[in-house]
Ligand binder design. Sequence first.
Ligand code: HAM
Length: 362
Amino acid sequence: MYTFTDRGDRSLTLRPEMTASVVRAFIEHNLGGQSLPVKLYYFGNMFRYERPQAGRYREFWQLGVESLGSPEPAADAEVITLAVKYIQDTGIQKATLLLGSMGDEQCRPAFIRGLVDDLSSRSELLCDDCRPRLEFNPLRVFDCKNPGCRAALVDAPKMVDHLCAECNDHFDQVKRLLDDVGVVYQVDPMLVRGFDYYTRTTFELTSDELGAQNALGGGGRYDRLVADYGGKPTPAVGFALGVERLLLAVEALGEGDNIEKPYTGVYIAVVEDDARSLAFKLATELRSAGFSVELDHMARSLRAQMKSTDRLGASTVVVIGPDELSKGEVTVRNLADGTESAVALADLAGHLGAVRNDNKKV
Ligand code: HAM
């Protein structure tokens, strides 16, 4: 946790994630009073006091969804499918979906007792961090990368093999629904997520392009959290993706270029200084009409203005030259293909709108 004391001697902690905050808001604003499930999303910065390294930061961004209200395996499958689809849509094709189940209050306590017994019999293999974990958080041993701990875990019991009948059935149904829609996954018996609130389904999306910090995102079901926070018992499932890691993976695959470039707007260039007030007027009108517009405020030459279009990523340039202006026209140049056309000033917004609709890359 990123915890510090402020000037008023209060202990403050920056949010490490959003699921708990969403649950708090769900209860506080009585969102459960409407038709369930309630589906929410968020995009925001999170803070964790981690040792910074490639792909792991103390401030990072997450985008996530939470679906609150349904205990059905279909809600899990829907949320997982959305995460997979989102990652695919960014251009990353080689992500792996790891799937697990944490069981519930029926089967997990007995499993943990069995795990502690088993690992205690081989405790000499465990690292100094994990030996005490046997007492207060034995599941976290599954997260440890230490070779001794990995060796101790090979023959240790795994939660997915010790699910009660209900959890096993739930897990089977989630898998079947994912199979039905062609979502490929690997059941990972060692998958343990870093939060205590999970019940039943857990999942993580990893990319080989990312090195040690290879999780693009993760999530799972948390059927007890709303009740633990004092709300009416409400099952829920969600995920969060790490935005910086998504960007790193897209960059590593060199697939950023394949993503359709968004519409980037219009640059208004003037040939002569006395057209600058008209440029400002046109820019204001076009901005009101919903265009993203830039123009020069640095008394640059036409050449320098044209150079700016590149830096600003404009895709259309409107050139106001004296000859065209005497006819009440401007020149519109499409920077993607170099074509130019003379457009009457009165038709400019209509013309740019038509080009934009025709070709989203304008
Ligand atoms: P999480 O696995 O802790 O899950 O975080 C989700 C993603 O955030 C990670 O897979 C990773 O991409 C990114 N991330 C986490 N820590 C860092 C960091 N220090 N630097 C950069 N990126 C990071 C959660 O936060 C849960 N709240 C997900 C969830 C939603 N479960 C149910 N609903």
